[in-house]
Design a protein around this ligand. Structure first.
Ligand code: B12
Length: 413
């Protein structure tokens, strides 16, 4: 297969238009509309001058139509003034898409992203599949900004992805799908070498995503479903019951499983039939009305406070890392506390349980325990488990139950 970018191709790239997308039929029942509006209010009210600048929230707001124009304006200003120095490829891409969706010029972010993507490589075919998440976002952003270099980058990227042998990851697969769908729609179909390569990747990724559809309609668990739905909207398959997925997700929302604003940002566009491919088509209205922030009923006064016991183990058995240990502490915390409180209590009782963290778009992320630091180059991190099952939320949202055994395990991805 001969794959190279010719001047003719660049020209075709520049003039061609994205294909119209078809969407599966599914909707939010009228009686559940208020639930979704409330969810959007939770996400939008998380935007304050001091909160973590989260471009995914701005994208979601712009795709579905902001309910709070003040929050939208504030977040646009925050993203515009974000220091670009330490942003990763994925963060830069999200910032560009967020600004585009707010009809703002992304400025030099685009050229920085292009440069960074030109030198990006996956270190080996054994590399974790999730390392392709950020670069997929980058390809998507570059494609939407009509950057000619995208095609060449997408060819190299697709070859690395096809060579990868590690375990598939739904969220990453969804992002790959969005990026390659954008790129495929920009090249004429008769350029069969390119179409064939991207088609091959898309077919295999969509097979994996479809394989992740669970009996209850969720796709790879609660927090992958939003992005997986976007992939299934732009690459429709035959056996996906969208309505079933929506109904289960609405139940999960009712059970307060979507309290994290970032989890809402990744879900809301799909619930409203939107995808990240709609970012360049957002119509920015002027002089939007500022809605009153909803008045939430005061939470009931606590009458009695009871405590629960959590068994907390920290474990490092990785060879090559000096300190091998397995220590357990039994801690008592107030019922309803998040896991972070358990970590703090264990640290207070026993200095071996000392930990460090950083703030991210998903909340607090644990970077180090007992002086053992995660290392991106070695793909090591602190994984949290309940019994033997990995948690599907981080320490600032997960609420342990009485007598639960939580383990923090230093491992590789
Ligand atoms: C790659 C990835 C990882 C990598 C991150 C390291 C790296 N350098 O790439 C690794 C494998 C280490 C990881 C770990 C975890 N992850 Co993770 N991860 C992802 C993934 C696939 C992509 C993130 C990304 O690159 N975003 C793009 C960039 C531009 O955005 P970013 O905000 O800068 O990304 C950073 C943060 O997202 C952070 N991060 C990654 N995962 C998590 C999880 C939490 C809770 C926090 C606070 C931060 C965080 O690392 C990213 C890279 O620096 C997302 C999928 C998704 N839908 O977002 C899941 C995802 C965010 N992870 C998730 C989870 C649950 C975890 C863990 C808690 C799992 C566990 N049982 O231990 C741990 C974190 C534990 C800790 N130490 O605090 C969930 C979060 C769901 C939720 N409601 O909170 C997601 C959505 C996966 C899913 N569908 O369930 N993760």
């Amino acid at each position: 297969m001969i794959l190279f970018t010719s001047p003719l191709l660049s020209l075709l790239w520049a003039v061609s238009r994205a294909h119209t997308l078809t969407r599966s039929e599914c909707s939010i029942p009228a009686e559940k509309q208020a639930l979704v509006d409330d969810l959007q209010d939770v996400m939008e009210s998380s935007v304050t001058p001091s909160s973590f600048p989260n471009p995914s929230i701005l994208i979601a707001m712009n795709l579905v139509g902001a309910r709070n124009a003040e929050a939208q304006k504030l977040l646009t200003e925050i993203i515009l003034s974000t220091d670009l120095t330490d942003l990763t490829i994925g963060q830069l891409a999200l910032n560009i898409m967020a600004l585009t969706s707010s009809c703002q010029d992304p400025g030099n972010r685009l050229s920085i992203l292009k440069n960074q993507m030109e030198s990006w490589v996956s270190s080996s075919p054994q590399d974790s599949y999730s390392v392709f998440y950020g670069p997929s976002l980058a390809l998507l952003a570059l494609c939407q900004m009509n950057q000619e270099v995208t095609l060449e980058l997408a060819v190299t990227f697709s070859k690395m992805l096809l060579a990868n042998v590690s375990q598939f990851n739904i969220d990453t697969g969804a992002m790959v799908t969005l990026a390659l769908t954008c790129i495929s729609s920009m090249i004429p179909e008769d350029l069969s070498d390119y179409s064939q390569l991207f088609g091959q990747v898309l077919t295999s990724v969509m097979e994996n995503i479809s394989g992740g559809i669970e009996d209850n309609g969720l796709i790879g668990g609660s927090y992958s479903t939003g992005l997986a739905m976007q992939a299934l909207y732009v690459q429709p398959g035959e056996n996906w019951d969208c309505q079933k997925t929506v109904e289960t997700i609405l139940n999960e929302i009712e059970q307060n499983r979507f309290a994290n604003p970032m989890s809402i940002a990744q879900l809301l566009p799909s619930l409203k039939g939107k995808t990240y491919l709609d970012v360049p088509h957002v119509v920015c209205s002027t002089g939007q009305e500022v809605r009153q922030t909803p008045q939430r009923p005061p939470s009931p006064l606590k009458t009695s406070v009871s405590n629960i016991t959590v068994i907390y183990t920290i474990n490092n058995q990785l060879r090559g890392v000096e300190l091998v240990f397995n220590e357990t502490e039994v801690v008592s915390v107030e019922k309803g506390s998040v896991l972070l409180v358990v970590l703090e209590e264990a640290q207070r009782k026993n200095p071996t349980f000392k930990f460090e963290s950083k703030m991210t778009s998903w909340g607090i992320y644990i970077t180090s325990i007992n002086n053992i630091n995660e290392d991106e180059n070695h793909r090591t991190y602190w994984q949290f488990l309940s019994g033997l099952t990995p948690l599907d939320e981080g320490v600032s949202y997960y609420i342990p139950y009485d007598n639960e055994h939580i383990t923090a395990n230093f491992t590789q991805y």
